[in-house]
Design a protein around this ligand. Structure first.
Ligand SMILES: Nc1nc2c(ncn2[C@@H]2O[C@H](COP(=O)(O)OP(=O)(O)OP(=O)(O)O)[C@@H](O)[C@H]2O)c(=O)[nH]1
Ligand SMILES: [Mg+2]
Length: 191
């Protein structure tokens, strides 16, 4: 985080290709989802959004296998104030998702604020956030504090687009603010 007249938190969006990372970044920036023929992200994209009075830099990492190997995300994850791990709740095989998350966790401290977004809740086959938490996430994120949110970033019918996205990101923002406050207090005690 930068200190000064403007606070900027840096947040990395991670997850496999097609889970909806860029759709979520676009929704947060514009308030509506992008066209459904959005292209896969090449390497990464960076946008800035304003949540409340805080500027948040969103690093949207391309989720294709080659980008995990190239590790474009490494620098961003190491310097992140918060992590957002996004899954497509309608999938049944989370092996590759697991790789993205475990790789990222080797680069951050256990205290980093994390949220998991169980996206595509509009699809009939979607697993609930609670199911994903118990059967997949609690084990992977053992020792970390995190919360999971079910979302709909882009509903083909347009009715549910954006559902729960703001709630999830404001929760993360509050976690990052709390952690920042604790760090400042620790610095004051030491000086
Ligand atoms: N049904 C449904 N489709 C969604 C939702 N969110 C995103 N999509 C669709 O999923 C597809 C992939 O979305 P992207 O945002 O490009 O996915 P990504 O995670 O950025 O993918 P990469 O850039 O390849 O890593 C697009 O066709 C979106 O319209 C959702 O909540 N529900
Ligand atoms: Mg993308």
């Amino acid at each position: 985080m930068q200190r000064g007249s403007e606070s900027i938190f840096s947040v990395v969006l991670l997850g496999t290709s097609g889970v909806g990372k860029s759709t979520i970044a676009f929704y947060l920036e514009h308030g509506y989802p992008p066209p459904r023929n959005i292209r896969p992200t090449i390497a990464f994209g960076i946008t800035h959004v304003v949540l409340g009075k805080v500027v948040v830099g969103l690093i949207d990492v391309g989720g294709q296998r080659k980008f995990l190997d190239f590790r474009y995300h490494e620098h961003f994850v190491r310097n992140a104030d918060g992590l957002v791990f996004i899954v497509d709740s309608s999938r049944r095989d989370f092996r590759f998702d697991e790789q993205w998350l475990t790789d990222a966790l080797t680069l951050v401290s256990k205290q980093i604020p994390i949220i998991v977004i169980a996206n595509k809740q509009d699809l009939l086959s979607s697993l609930s956030p609670e199911f994903l938490k118990v059967h997949f996430l609690d084990n992977l994120l053992k020792g970390y504090t995190y919360n999971v949110f079910g979302t709909v970033a882009a509903d083909p019918g347009g009715i549910r687009s954006g559902e729960n996205i703001d709630v999830a990101f404001y929760y993360l923002l509050n976690q990052m603010k709390l952690k920042h406050k604790v760090l400042i207090e620790q610095q004051q005690v030491q000086s």
